[in-house]
Design a protein around this ligand. Structure first.
Ligand code: SF4
Ligand code: SF4
Ligand code: SF4
Length: 166
C-alpha cells in the first residue's frame, strides 16, 4: 500500500498538507470500534490465512491487500473484544481505478478483471487504444483481489459518500 506523502517545506508553508490516509480496517470492523475497543493484541492478524492484516503505527489492525480478503471470518472469530460486528457489511469501501492504469496509457492489461471474483470489472472498448476497465460499484465487495493483481498499483479503495456518513 502507498505511504503518506512526505511534505516538502514549500508545500507545508503554502498549507498544502495532505490528510493522513485512513487505514483500511479488517472486514466487519470500523474505525470507531477499532479506536474504542481494540487492544492491539494481534489475534486477528495471527488468524488471517491470507496474511493481509498488519499492525498500523499504533499496533492496531489494518489491511494491506497483498492478497484478497476471502471473507472467511477468522479475524472476527479470533478477536476477544467487541470490535467486529457481523451484522454490518464487511467493508465500507469499494475499489477505484486510478490514472496509473496501464490501459489508460495504451498498454493492454486486464489483470484486475481476471482476478475479480464478482465479475465487477468490465472493459469498455475504445478506438485507438486498449479497452478501459470500469468497476461496477454495486457488485464490488471491496475484497482487494484486483488491488493485489494490478501490475501498475493503480487500484485503491474509495468509501462512497453514503457509506462514509452511515
Ligand atoms: S475475513 Fe479472513 S481473509 Fe479476510 S481479513 Fe479476516 S481472516 Fe483475513
Ligand atoms: S490490472 Fe491495473 S493496470 Fe491492468 S487494467 Fe486493471 S487497473 Fe489497469
Ligand atoms: S475489490 Fe474485489 S469485488 Fe471489487 S472490483 Fe476488486 S476484485 Fe472485484
Amino acid at each position: 500500500m502507498s505511504e503518506a506523502p512526505r511534505l516538502d517545506r514549500r508545500s507545508f508553508l503554502r498549507g498544502r498538507i495532505a490528510p493522513r490516509p485512513e487505514a483500511v480496517r479488517p472486514p466487519w470492523s470500523r474505525e470507531a470500534t477499532i479506536t474504542t475497543a481494540c487492544t492491539a493484541c494481534g489475534a486477528c492478524a495471527a488468524a488471517c490465512p491470507q496474511h493481509i492484516i498488519t499492525p498500523d503505527a499504533d499496533g492496531r489492525p489494518a489491511i494491506a491487500f497483498s492478497s484478497e480478503c476471502t471473507f472467511c471470518g477468522a479475524c472476527a472469530e479470533a478477536c476477544p473484544e467487541p470490535v467486529f460486528d457481523l451484522t454490518e457489511p464487511a467493508f465500507p469501501h469499494v475499489a477505484a481505478i486510478g490514472a496509473q492504469c496501464f490501459a489508460v496509457h495504451g498498454i493492454v492489461c486486464q489483470s484486475c478483471g481476471d482476478a475479480c471474483p464478482e465479475a465487477a470489472i468490465r472493459f469498455r472498448p475504445r478506438l485507438g487504444g486498449p479497452a478501459l476497465p470500469e468497476i461496477a460499484s454495486d457488485r464490488c465487495t471491496g475484497c482487494g483481489a484486483c488491488i493485489a493483481a494490478c501490475p501498475a498499483a493503480a487500484i485503491a479503495t474509495r468509501v462512497p459518500a453514503e457509506a462514509a456518513h452511515a
